[in-house]
Design a protein around this ligand. Structure first.
Ligand code: AMP
Length: 280
């Protein structure tokens, strides 16, 4: 595996595989790799001839400077994990490389990006995501890009922007990888102390309660969400949001009549955690 820090190095490493028409897969990440990231790398390795992982803690998508500062960074460790997963190229640019002096373009997605994470973290969050993903897709031009369903709204935003901008890449959403006790893996989990780590389990349990309510025939969103809210309440967690939406548009649904996505976000100790579950 080669680690590349500049766009020039990346372009030259991609030139030959492109000429040979090799199938390129991209996994965009912010590092601090866990099994969720590994699952994306494995899927890409399985389906593509050249696997590129980008490692970039994108400052423009952080709304809180403290969150950006606290975000775990360990490039040598991440490089070792990517090598274990047989990644070909690790692209780890600096912020100045991606946003040089004079950078003036923002990709803004409305609609699907405006609620939930977009509303809570401010419009800058998904603007930052959409802009960096557009840059990476344009630079690397993979046939396929892999994202985690854990960040369901991010997947919907990326699908929207590729459709609207006629980008040719296929966007693949991979299932959420969880710890043995059900907590969705996240780079932020390592910032939880033992007591917050236990309370964090309520997010997944709340979604399971919503799922159970829907499975037992409840169609009203308010009732399904009330079942989830009760679980959070028991853990003394105040959700930032608890929502039931139509998966492609992220519009709130008032009654379940087809696939609906239940989403939760809550601050647990020092971090904000998110999770989601498709209700059948
Ligand atoms: P991040 O480094 O947090 O930006 O995540 C990079 C990619 O990994 C994103 O597409 C995430 O949705 C995905 N990801 C993060 N956590 C998980 C998880 N627990 N399971 C599956 N994918 C994940």
């Amino acid at each position: 595996m080669r680690t590349l820090h500049t766009i020039a190095e990346l372009r030259s490493a991609l030139a030959q595989p492109r000429r040979e028409g090799r199938r390129v897969g991209l996994v965009p990440t912010m590092g601090a790799f866990h099994d969720g990231h590994r699952s994306l790398m494995r899927r890409a390795r399985h389906e593509c001839e050249l696997v590129v992982v980008s490692l970039f803690v994108n400052p423009s998508q952080f709304n809180e400077p403290a969150d950006l500062d606290a975000y775990p960074r360990d490039e040598p460790h991440d490089a070792a994990i990517a090598a274990e997963e047989s990644v070909d190229l690790l692209f780890a640019p600096t912020a100045a490389e991606m946003y040089p002096h004079g950078f003036a373009t923002t990709v803004h997605v409305s609609g699907v990006a405006s609620g939930l994470e977009g509303a809570l973290r401010g419009p800058g969050h998904f603007d930052g995501v959409a802009t960096i993903v557009t840059k990476l897709l344009s630079l690397i031009n993979p046939q396929v890009a892999y994202f985690g369903q854990k960040d369901a709204q991010q997947v919907a935003v990326v699908r929207q922007l590729t459709r609207d901008l006629n980008l040719p890449q296929e966007i693949v959403a991979c299932p959420t990888v969880r710890e043995a006790d059900g907590l969705a893996m996240s780079s932020r989990n390592r910032l939880l102390d033992a007591s917050d780590r236990r309370r964090a389990l309520a997010l997944q349990r709340a979604l399971a309660a919503a799922q159970q309510a829907a499975a037992s025939g409840e169609r009203r969103a308010a009732e399904i969400l009330a079942a989830a809210a009760a679980v959070l309440d028991q853990a003394s967690l105040e959700p930032d949001y608890l929502a039931l939406v139509d998966p492609p548009t992220f519009e709130a649904v008032s009654a379940v009549s087809g696939p609906a996505l239940a989403l939760v976000a809550a601050r647990v100790g020092p971090v904000r955690l998110i999770d989601n579950q498709l209700l059948a």
